[in-house]
Unconditional design. Sequence first.
Length: 311
Amino acid sequence: MKNRGVNEDQQPASMDALDYLEAEAIHILREVAGQFERPALLFSGGKDSITLVHLALKAFRPGKFPFPLVHIDTGHNFKEATDFRDTLAQSLDEKLIVRYVEDTIRTKNLQEQTGKNATRNWLQTFTLLDTIEEFEFDCCIGGARRDEEKARAKERIFSFRDEFGQWDPKRQRPELWDLFNGKIQKGENVRVFPISNWTEMDVWNYIRREKIGLPPIYFSHQREMILRDGHLLANSAFIQKDPDDQIVTRQVRFRTVGDMTCTAAVESEAVLIDDVIAEIMATRVSERGETRIDDQQTEAAMEDRKKGGYF
């Protein structure tokens, strides 16, 4: 078998856009391993974090990952995603740490949202910061991309957070010539985004090329849904029903998999990766803009959460 990227004359084959993105991401992951003492990879069982795990395999195998996989679980996540999370971590024999928002609510006596569109999603920040403190993580690797949401576009690849876990877009460090400054004081933290320069389309094309497995929730399936204000939410006991809600059965898929209470589906017949890619090519709305209800509560909803320590 020929090595990928080498032709019969042993001359380097030309690289395409995905090759460059992959090489950059692997470089960033290795920079994390070299610069930080206690990094972690945030892993939810969603497509972006699954892609990160695949990139980590390329960066570090045959050795073990130099970081554990960490999931901050609201308790309202899609079972398809959490099952995939557990199965993948076990199959790779990599350490998986799960911390639950439910436990933080109880120990800190936090007040949950009530009423229509109530969600625990914003409470993940408290659990994440507690987890960082518990394990003394100095770096958390995340799967955020700049095309997801406008606040994400303000991030550096190495995103500095202060001793309170807070993000100040005006205090971020320059990243010239792909040089990343991970120097921090004790208690400070850096969030690192290796696929920051990728788009949703890049992720799907990479998944297709690398034959990466995904939870079935990303593909078309029939599901009982709650139709609310034009959004389709999975019918669940976690969602507080409103008199105006309609219960419908639709053929849907999910572009992103977060907390069930604030993650909407799209109607779709896409059962294959090529079908999904064709749908994405035809849309003009970002995945979070179309399907994440919590991001639509205010104009600066995501930025406000990030300033408080969110992913």
